[in-house]
Design a protein around this ligand. Structure first.
Ligand code: BGP
Length: 482
């Protein structure tokens, strides 16, 4: 068993969770910059993590301090990227997944010309990555829509945002096309249904037909934008590849009672349908029936279906953190996962945040996705959020992180051996960063520690954790030494 030559071992981060410099060099505010620090919320109440209103946005924008808006400071990657990239190169990364903050190029989303300071920053970033031999894998939308578009149009619920976004993507392909060959369109596009503001800039109180209808409208608009961006990319950058990005939420039946199995089947389809549109270029019949049953009409206009059909993605990328189970028993014990609340699986351990650790589920997911789509896969997020302790000597011993990755890599290797075509793997949060859901930094994912606490105190110094040396060896041996 072995990974193919040229397997892309890497890391993944996002602009809104690392760059900071939220209002520097002409950048406008994004939805992430008004996301409040919420560590004390019940982790089972994930909806509350993403609660937002016009009043909360106004209050956030009027807050001059920003202590409680950690994504505004990130880990100061904007200024410290040369140091961080040098560490990534030392780690041996072949690829680094980053995102481009839309509001660094188009501060309100509506300008007709891009902000040249933003262009210069990303050109410098990608040039430095290339110099170090690290291929950029770039997400065009990772929870970074302009706040101005939320206020004016209710975000992606409004079709006009498609044109504004594809103006931004065209700029990206024109200005960064010589440096970036592989692109992802929307991070976890399915998450529009779970956190509408973060993923689609939707403010719930501004949805006259209900939040659900607004979410489906936003989803349709993102599919269109994704297909249009795919066309632009292929036209402007010969040989380029575009992938979709899905949250893989693998669910098992809690028991083998047929009712539990049927409920689980629905749950899994309701996750897979989102990828189907990108790959097959059309909404699956079952998904359309499901949406109709909910009383929602998709805002499909003449010509839309042609656009979706004509520009399917080249590869399928996804995040995988945990599995969960499903049951028809309303009293079944539940536990959180990545923006979900699933039924607890008694056979699995959990992270400190209740996410159920399931390496075999990773293999199951890889096989399921490859068999369904027959397109190359790319794992672009996987990892464990944990509390790390720094010893007096400044060391960070994180055997739990090594164990998590070792088990997942073993299963990934087996999936490849069983025939799955896998382009690469980027661990999530290769360096500690701000959590998407709670805006904590103390939920640490990295191989590299950042000396910073949740409210921003600390030197910002970077330190290699034990897992850094372990992952370095994994990459150096192309996954032979786990
Ligand atoms: C994914 C997001 C990432 C991310 C990760 C971990 O859904 O794409 O942005 O942060 O989950 O989630 P969290 O940060 O909430 O622990």
């Amino acid at each position: 068993m072995s990974f193919p030559d040229g397997f892309l071992w890497g890391g993944a981060i996002a602009a809104n969770q690392t760059e900071g410099a939220w209002n520097v060099d002409g950048k406008g505010p994004s939805v992430a910059d008004v996301a409040m620090y919420r560590p004390k919320l019940d982790p089972k109440d994930y909806a509350a993590h993403h609660a937002v209103s016009t009043a909360s946005i106004e209050a956030a924008l009027a807050d001059p301090d920003g202590t409680y808006y950690p994504k505004r400071r990130g880990i100061d990657f904007y200024h410290r990227y040369p140091e961080d990239l040098a560490l990534f190169a030392e780690l041996g990364l072949k690829v680094l997944r980053v995102s481009i903050a839309w509001t660094r190029l188009y501060p309100t989303g509506e300008e007709t010309e891009p902000n040249e300071a933003g262009i210069a920053y990303y050109q410098a970033l990608f040039t430095e990555m290339r110099r170090l031999g690290i291929e950029p894998l770039v997400t065009l939308s990772h929870y970074e829509s302009p706040v101005a578009l939320s206020v004016k149009y209710n975000g992606w619920a409004d079709r006009r945002v498609v044109e504004l976004f594809t103006r931004f993507t065209l700029t990206c392909f024109e200005r960064f096309g010589s440096l970036v060959n592989r692109w992802l369109t929307f991070n976890e596009i399915d998450s529009v249904m779970r956190h509408p503001f973060t993923s689609a800039g939707i403010i719930p109180e501004n949805c006259p037909d209900g939040v659900q209808a607004a979410c489906y409208a936003a989803l349709h608009h993102q599919y269109l934008a994704s297909a249009i961006a795919t066309e632009q990319c292929h036209r402007l950058i010969p040989g380029s590849q575009v992938g979709c990005m899905l949250t893989k939420l693998t669910t098992y039946p809690r028991t083998c009672a047929p009712e539990d199995v049927a409920a689980t089947q629905h749950k899994n389809l309701d996750n897979l349908w989102f990828g189907d549109v990108h790959v097959f270029g059309e909404y699956p019949r079952l998904m359309l029936a499901d949406i109709a049953r909910k009383g929602v009409t998709l805002p499909i206009e003449p010509g839309d279906e042609d656009i979706l059909r004509s520009h399917p993605v080249d590869f399928v990328s996804f995040s995988y953190y945990q599995s969960s189970t499903e049951s028809v028993d309303p009293d079944a014990e539940r536990t959180p996962g990545n923006t979900i609340l699933g039924v607890k699986n008694p056979y699995l351990p959990s992270s400190e945040w209740g996410w159920q650790i399931d390496a075999v589920g990773f293999r199951i997911s890889l096989i399921e996705l490859y068999d369904r789509y027959r397109k190359p896969l790319f794992v672009v997020e996987n990892g464990i959020g944990a509390i790390d302790q720094v010893t007096e000597q400044g060391e960070i011993h994180d055997p739990y992180r090594i164990a998590y990755f070792r088990e997942h890599f073993t299963q990934m290797k087996q999936a490849v051996d069983e025939g799955v075509e896998l382009l690469g793997y980027t661990s999530w949060g290769t360096i500690d960063l701000i959590s998407a859901s709670s805006s904590q930094i103390t939920k640490r994912y990295g191989f590299i520690h950042v000396d910073q606490d949740d409210l921003g105190a600390g030197t910002g110094a970077r330190r290699r954790k034990d897992s850094f040396w372990w992952y370095q060896k994994v990459i150096a041996t192309n996954g032979e030494e786990l």
